[in-house]
Design a protein around this ligand. Structure first.
Ligand code: ADP
Length: 184
């Protein structure tokens, strides 16, 4: 492996705090934050919206081709922020952070976001059933997946600190002395 920095997936049910975590981590680490939802929308990597759930039906081939064209696999230093994770090839990914949230907190956040009816119910169920965590565990090695709570600001700060320490350790384990020190 020649990457100078790890690639990190921040995943979880909508509303758990992916974007908040990803933005802070990217800022602190000098990494590139890729909001996959935003890319799918901006680049039209979709076939419209699913009528039932209102989510984009993603064209995964186009999305992966696009990601492949970035320096993600060559240099690392990317934070991928999405509510799914099993799409990303294992070889690209060094850490998968699955954020978790209690029902009451998540309900309030999603209602605030304007979710209601079936969409609200499906997302609440998905969190309770830990759908994203199971997907992460099925797709990546045991040491790659970490489950972190994201209820309050203290959690956010603690989680960001933990991931930053993990990045330091990754660099220590993966970069030989004399190789690149700078961010990527
Ligand atoms: P996601 O990207 O997973 O949909 P967001 O990062 O947009 O979630 O967070 C949803 C809302 O919850 C935002 O208003 C955010 O400020 C808040 N939030 C998320 N995580 C935390 C946390 N750990 N502490 C306090 N507020 C949080």
């Amino acid at each position: 492996m020649t990457r100078k920095n790890p690639n990190i997936v921040i995943t979880g049910t909508p509303g758990v705090g992916k974007t908040t975590h990803a933005e802070e981590l990217a800022r602190n680490l000098g990494f590139t934050h890729l909001s996959i939802n935003q890319i799918v929308k901006d680049e039209s990597f979709h076939e419209g919206k699913d009528e039932g759930t209102g989510s984009w039906v993603v064209d995964e081939d186009k999305l992966l081709d696009h990601l492949e064209s970035t320096s993600l696999s060559a240099t690392g230093g990317y934070i991928l922020d999405w509510h799914a994770c099993d799409l990303f090839p294992e070889r690209w990914i060094d850490l998968v952070v699955v954020l978790r949230c209690g029902s009451e907190t998540l309900y309030d956040r999603l209602v605030k976001r304007g979710y209601g009816g079936k969409k609200l119910e499906e997302n609440m169920d998905a969190e309770i059933m830990q759908v994203v965590l199971e997907e992460a565990r099925a797709g990546y090695g045991e040491g790659v997946v970490v489950e972190l709570r994201s209820e309050g600001v203290g959690d956010l700060e603690g989680n960001v600190g933990r991931v930053e320490e993990w990045v330091e350790r990754w660099r220590g384990d993966n970069i030989k002395e004399g190789e690149g020190e700078e961010g990527g």
